[in-house]
Design a protein around this ligand. Structure first.
Ligand SMILES: O=C(CO)[C@H](O)[C@H](O)COP(=O)(O)O
Length: 207
């Protein structure tokens, strides 16, 4: 299973600092949506230039104009971009067209999608590399939130998936055991007192 670091910070400088600390232990470096909104495409280019050997994941959360938004991020250096699963099929297909022309990929984020299993199958048929079975920060803050619901949806989908939603050292083993291709970790890494040590622990936990 691959490890993805969701860098949810607001400045390119801080993102580069966090990425440098964790890079030896992670496979995918994600520019979180707030970072892209704060700093724009230049942050994607800066991260790719600093880590050309890593998969650079631009969490665009595109809802419309799929081809255009994917073009913008891929041409800035992204290897993977996200489109929302609640977007129209044509939006997802547009982003997939952009990715196919460049040998890159589209991940469909199932945040807010009610029937994650059914939509996962549909978007992989449209050409998504994998789906992100995801509960966002606001959903995680609600009473009764549990990662288990996401894990069950991923297992049931029968397509390649990642899991995002407050994954940490205590839960990453369950993410691996559910069969995820990728574990996405944000707060448990960027909020750690020693980011490099936390990344090394996560890596050791999944082998
Ligand atoms: O995309 C996101 C929020 O929309 C986050 O990057 C994702 O949820 C991972 O962060 P965390 O591990 O803190 O949940």
């Amino acid at each position: 299973m691959k490890l993805q670091f969701a860098i949810d910070t607001l400045s390119t400088e801080k993102a580069l600092e966090l990425a440098a600390a964790a890079a030896a232990h992670v496979d995918i470096l994600e520019l979180g949506t707030p970072l892209i909104k704060s700093e724009g495409r230049s942050a994607i280019t800066a991260l790719k230039n600093a880590h050309p050997d890593k998969v650079i994941f631009a969490d665009l959360k595109t809802m419309d104009a799929g081809e255009l938004e994917a073009d913008l991020a891929f041409d800035a250096g992204a290897d993977l971009v996200t489109v929302l699963g609640s977007a129209d099929d044509s939006t997802i297909a547009g982003a997939v067209k952009s990715a196919a022309a460049r040998g890159k990929g589209v991940v469909v984020d199932l945040i807010g999608v009610a029937d994650k299993v059914a939509r996962a199958k549909e978007v992989v048929a449209l050409g998504a590399e994998f789906v992100e079975v995801h509960a966002g920060l606001d959903e995680q803050a609600q009473a009764g939130y549990s990662l288990d619901t996401l894990l069950r949806a991923g297992e049931a989908a029968g397509v390649p998936f990642s899991i995002a939603g407050g994954v940490n050292l205590g839960t990453i083993g369950a993410v691996r055991d559910a069969g995820a291709e990728v574990a996405v970790v944000g707060g448990a890494l960027y909020g750690a007192p020693d980011v490099a040590a936390a990344a090394a622990e996560l890596r050791a936990a999944i082998g």
